[in-house]
Design a protein around this ligand. Structure first.
Ligand code: DX5
Ligand code: ZN
Length: 222
């Protein structure tokens, strides 16, 4: 299995964002994960399009935008124009899921659909052959540094089975509470794109932290 690490810069030093993005790139992280929170869909406000434009200027990594906002449809084009490669929105938002996927595709970008811990995988059924990625939240969205919810592994397997039955190889992303142990657990259940924030940015040696994820997954021969 080809694991991709997406570094969530929510845990970076925001006064030294360019430096921390370079650190993540040097650590071999393929994606930069950009969490947008509006204080309505989740009880926190992070950053938006001006900061995203600045990030976009300083990295060539894949820009993986995670919209935790109430009306993602309204902002798809703004993020696409600002350089997003993947735009992920929440099924639970107020925007129509199918319309959001279409709008992202109309901008020539990849569409991801995210579900919160309380939302069953079955809601994704109508979109299985439409979306380019599915994000299973392994914490309640809104904050970095939370504990991984172990019950979510069953949901990853269930979604993987739904995709396999349709012969779809759409990747499953996981986000929240991921470290070198929980990453392996999610990979064992079918996750391929691993978002990790505090584990990476708080590590004394980020390269070693990212390598631990990869090596632990490789050791399991996944
Ligand atoms: C939480 C965000 C995550 C967060 C993950 O709502 O979507 O991307 O930054 O942070 P950690 O890895 O610290 O749980
Ligand atoms: Zn996220």
């Amino acid at each position: 299995m080809n694991t991709i690490i997406s570094a969530s810069i929510l845990s970076a030093d925001l006064c030294n964002l360019e430096r921390d993005i370079k650190r993540a790139e040097d650590a071999g992280c393929e994606y930069i994960h950009f969490d947008v929170m509006d204080g309505v869909f989740v009880n926190n406000i992070s950053y938006g399009i001006p900061v995203f434009k600045a990030v976009s200027r300083v990295t060539k990594a894949v820009l993986d935008v995670h919209l935790m906002i109430i009306d993602p449809l309204k902002y798809v084009k703004n993020f696409a124009d600002a350089g997003a490669d993947i735009i992920t929105f929440h099924y639970e938002s107020d925007s129509d899921c199918g319309k959001c996927i279409d709008a992202i595709h109309a901008c020539g970008r990849k569409a991801g659909v995210a579900i919160k811990p309380g939302t069953p995988a079955t809601v994704l059924e109508p979109y299985l052959d439409k979306a380019d990625m599915f994000l299973i939240m392994t914490v309640e969205p809104g904050f970095g540094g939370q504990e991984f919810i172990y019950d979510m592994t069953g949901k990853i397997s269930e979604l993987k089975k739904m995709l396999d039955e349709r012969k779809l190889s759409t990747p499953i992303q996981v986000d929240g509470g991921i470290n070198d142990t929980t990453a392996v657990l999610t990979a064992e259940h079918g996750a391929e794109i691993i978002v990790t924030g505090s584990y990476l940015f708080k590590a004394p040696d980020m390269r070693k932290a990212a390598d631990n994820i990869r090596n632990n997954i490789l050791d399991k021969k996944l």
